[in-house]
Design a protein around this ligand. Structure first.
Ligand SMILES: N[C@@H](CCC[C@H](N)C(=O)O)C(=O)O
Length: 281
């Protein structure tokens, strides 16, 4: 009897403020058929797999047949294998990976294709990366809940859905081991839920329960939604007359958020690649 044929695929592990990802370089789209939701979930499993909040396939935009003005496309999957439109920390880690591999130059902005359109990454002088996340959609209010507590929450779309609730204390959100309650008629495709506490002027902190990944130590699109909710709560009218800046703390570090007069939100912070290897998926 012949032995089963197994393929070996390279991978890298990276994180942005401890939102961590398994990156699968697949420049020309060879592994597409092998990347089922079950395989993604197995890769992200923290005890029996490589471990991660999500998987990012590094693929040429042309290999997917997408018409976007960017050579590289971030094909993002949540830890449960579901596909998400956008990942703010993921796209910064993606930029770091491309730069470390010598696939892009750090001296000029790099466009990256995503399911939410092209995002442009800038390599900052301090070693961090900033991405132009585009324009938030502010879609009104709903309610989120944990156990018998409920909070009003602002519906902000950053390409993916968010519900932002202000709490007195980040511990008010409880263990976040299970998904908080939310209005499924408002969010038929699920939602990322941010619990935000004030830290001072222009300074907030949040915890997040991510759709498809559970509680994570950071969420870039979530930080953008939090910036918008905090600024509106502080009396800023959208879009702002002048740049509005917030420091946003997450369990895994600190992100720098800017809301520009043209409506775009910039997300800045660290992003690193911490290991490489091979896997049979
Ligand atoms: N961690 C990400 C968001 C990833 C996608 C999200 N879980 C969703 O399903 O929308 C970020 O940094 O933005």
């Amino acid at each position: 009897m012949s032995a089963p044929v197994t393929h070996s695929y390279p991978f890298a592990i990276g994180h942005g403020t401890e939102n961590d990802f398994v990156l699968l370089p697949d420049h020309d789209g060879a592994i597409h058929g092998d990347l089922s939701p079950q395989r993604v979930a197995a890769l992200c499993e923290r005890r029996a797999g490589l471990g991660g909040d999500g998987v990012i396939r590094v693929i040429r935009t042309a290999a997917l047949g997408f018409d976007q003005p960017a050579e590289w496309f971030m094909d993002y999957r949540n830890a449960d294998g579901s596909i998400a439109e956008m990942c703010g920390n993921g796209v910064r880690v993606f930029g770091r990976y491309l730069a470390d591999e010598g696939l892009v130059s750090t001296t000029e902005p790099v466009p990256v294709g995503t399911r939410d359109g092209v995002k442009v990454i800038t390599f900052d002088a301090d070693g961090e990366l900033t991405v132009d996340m585009g324009t938030p959609k502010i879609l009104g209010d709903s309610v989120v809940g944990v156990d018998d507590q409920k909070w009003p929450a602002l519906n902000v779309d950053m390409g993916n859905p968010h519900a932002v609730a202000f709490v007195d204390d980040l511990l008010d959100a409880g263990s976040l081991l299970s998904e908080p309650d939310y209005d499924r008629s408002v969010y038929p495709d699920g939602v990322n839920i941010e619990f935000v506490a004030r830290r001072g002027p222009g300074h907030v902190a949040f915890r997040v329960h991510e759709r498809g990944s559970g509680e994570t130590r950071s969420c870039g699109t979530g930080a953008c939604a939090v910036l918008v909710a905090a600024a509106l709560d502080d009396g800023v009218v959208a879009p702002p007359d002048e740049p509005v800046r917030y420091e946003v703390d997450v369990p895994g570090g600190r992100l720098q958020l800017t809301w520009l007069p043209d409506g775009h939100v910039l997300l800045g912070g660290p992003a690193v690649i911490v290991g490489r290897g091979t896997t049979d998926l």
